[in-house]
Design a binder for this molecule. Sequence first.
Ligand SMILES: Nc1ncnc2c1ncn2[C@@H]1O[C@H](COP(=O)(O)OP(=O)(O)OP(=O)(O)O)[C@@H](O)[C@H]1O
Ligand SMILES: [Mg+2]
Length: 969
Amino acid sequence: MMESALTARDRVGMQDFVLLENHTSEVAFIENLRKRFKENLIYTYIGSVLVSMNPYKDLEIYTKQHMDRYRGVNFYEVSPHIYAVADNAYRSMRTERRDQCILISGESGAGKTEASKKVLQYYAITCPASEHVQTVKDRLLQSNPVLEAFGNAKTLRNDNSSRFGKYMDIQFDFKGAPVGGHIINYLLEKSRVVHQSHGERNFHIFYQLIEGGEDDLLRRLGLEKNAQQYQYLVKGNCPKVSSINDRNDWKIVRKALSVIGFTDDEELLNIIASVLHLGNVQYGGEDSGSAYITTETQIKYLARLLGVDGTVLKEALTHKKIIAKGEELMSPLNQEQAASARDALSKAIYGRTFTWLVNKINGSLAFKNASVIGLLDIYGFEVFQNNSFEQFCINYCNEKLQQLFIELTLKSEQEEYEAEGITWEPVQYFNNKIICDLVEEKFKGIISILDEECLRPGDASDITFLEKLENTVGGHAHFLTHKLADGKTRKIMGREEFRLIHYAGEVNYNVNGFLDKNNDLLFRNLKSIYLSICLAKLMEILMSKEPSYVRCIKPNDAKQAGRFDEVLIRHQVKYLGLMENLRVRRAGFAYRRRYETFLQRYKSLCPDTWPNWDGRLVDGVSTLVKHLGYKPEEYKLGRTKIFIRFPKTLFATEDALEVRKHSLGMSYSQKTKYRKMRQSAIKIQAWWRGILACREAKRRREAANTIRRSVFIKGFIYRHQPRCPENEYFLDYVRYSFLMKLHRSLPKTVLDKSWPTPPPALVVVRYICHESVIKTIIDSSRCEMRDYKMVASEIFKDKKDNYPQSVPKLFVGSRLSDDCANIIHPSPQYAVPVTKYDRKGYKARNRQLLLMANSAIIVEEAKLKQRIDYSSLKGISVSSLSDGMFVLHVACEDNKQKGDVVLQSEHVIEALTKVAICAEKMNSININQGSIKFNVAQGKEGIIDFTSGSELLIAKAKNGHLSVVSTAD
Ligand SMILES: Nc1ncnc2c1ncn2[C@@H]1O[C@H](COP(=O)(O)OP(=O)(O)OP(=O)(O)O)[C@@H](O)[C@H]1O
Ligand SMILES: [Mg+2]
């Protein structure tokens, strides 16, 4: 139901049948359809069900703009459309994460297949897509022409009639993009392959191949470019149809086949051609009555196309296999039997090819487990002059769909009432379960009886089947035969017929061929009850999904635009169960809407709710409807929605709204004028206030500047005077600016002398600040440094010549470059580069001395050369001069040690102080005059002689000693 329907109700009828005042009147129903059809308004709702009339002309309502109009919009906000149904299902799938299905029903030519294509197109165009999705979309769309070529035919009712039922799942990923699909086909009308009624054709593909096929191709297939040549194509005497362009369609189908991924359709075409050849196989009769084949050329082509041996094929077409006394025998067929065997083969080949094709398409659609929207396009009730097994199956299927439809509609109605806390009033409706049971019940139903008759031994026939029906279900209220009927009915019923009283009406079925046709189904599916299993599966699929319905109606039998055949339409309204549907939908309340929507629409009708209602929504709606004078029996308030029983209550409210809108419109224009004037006034005021404020600010700024200028100048003149009222402001200002500047650029180190020059009044500040900076910088390392320096002084003061030079130098933790220091782990307490003199030749080598927690180590670029545990360090010797030589004396008992170590360092005072502290050897440092003796390995002794000179020189002397000449400084 739509709000737009409420306003448009007088112009083009009701957009929703639920709003018909007289909802039980079929006349009113048809009238509404007629009104709208005349205006090309082919879509009308019954609640959420879409009723669609076939316009038999192209309407401009399927453009991209139309699609956009329906995207993400509430059902009731826009006029009825197939896109609204598609969008609604899509959105429910996305938001509620429930699988959906759209059931499209209606009789032949009503527009089911067109509707399903529109839905598919809607998804293909509006849904998000990626490159991969584009392929899937293309394949989904292209599956249509292929399936239509092989499964559709020209009938009396429809030039493009689907001769199979189709259920298609469209799959969507989590982003809502179509990513796959799956098709299930039902009940292909195979009998059409071998026979067509007058004015009808075989499946399109045969004509397309013959009309459109390239010469080379036809030659290869042994076909002529003339449909009249083929027995299977001439039965209906209708090779050409004005609305069909076979040649063009052939191109479309070939292209579609390639999109779907048939890279090589040779086999497929071989089979289609072989069916045509089979049809032309003719028989002659021998005197014995056995049939023989008179058309050798056909056999030649057939053998090649089907890839079988010619003689085997010939035998198969003229004999049947029988088993006698456990032995297989070939028994010849008579002419009639052979012809029917040939036709059976053709039907079987075609039927299997169709199933194979569907499977192939499914394979190309990459079905994954995702959210789905199913589309069911299955033929509706069929009632002909003579109805056979096919109609029986189709009508049974529709009976089931109707049951499902009523059940689910009632169920959803009931659930909504329950959710809203409104008592459910039972609805009287025609429950067609009784008819479904009559057909499908186990052991007692018509299908069971038929299966039984097919499988029982003995001479079962269509007539024995009919008799069995009379005996078993003869008493059923919805079943009748010639024998069981009264005199009046007998006149219009054949002796070979049985009648079913469907929910939609009575249909007589002729039992001729029932057994054969059922056998066909039976053996295909290993003797299981194919028909009911097949439909049970379909029902299961549909039950697991949330359904939407599209009910298609054709306006006339002449396929003409603009012609409204009332009798035909009334018939369909009945067969589609639309009145029943409306009754169920209207059983309780005609209209329901969420409180916020209702209040938003009608709030202007009550002073308490206009312009805004602040309280609870339900109270707002209650206040509003009371003010409008709703009687208690006319409405109910649920948890989130208001339910209105009769359309007239709603219409009265709508009319009141129209009136109110008018007066609101008046006051609205006045209000707009007032608002405009007020805004202008405010703007002028603001502008004027701005100007005044600017003037005042300017005045103040000037005054301040004047004052500042005179005070500042005076202050400057008196700046060297002691603080006095004249310079007070100036001095404070200067001090403030200097301190602020200093604060921003305080030196970082003690040595940094780049201080901002203080003003005379603040010179003292500089010293205070400097001291404080030194203090902060020094404070942390100060204690440690003092300790080291104390130790150095203790050891070396007045004893070693180069000690004084070390005093002003800060001791550091490492004398190595950062690169070297960082490789050593754990990091040493002290590190210094040294020169090591080997004990024999006194060769000098660059090494690093590292002081660790428990030992001193000598390394060569992070490679350990020697470790001296502090515990084995006996003593340290240096000269009194200003050289950097020192000897580490190592205890000899330690075998690992190679003797004493002779080293030299530029930072000898620092290094030895550190060694003394780390190894706690402050008292083990010997300062020697002249020479130092030290241990070379294996008890030998080495000597270093120290002398003073002008240049530092360390070399092996002729006496074998190491001679060190120290410089004076
Ligand atoms: N919405 C539409 N707009 C224009 N023409 C339409 C529309 N719907 C149907 N038609 C016309 O009606 C013809 C029959 O429609 P369609 O093939 O969809 O019927 P059907 O219900 O699928 O019939 P069948 O049961 O025989 O398959 C279409 O070929 C087309 O010419
Ligand atoms: Mg169709």
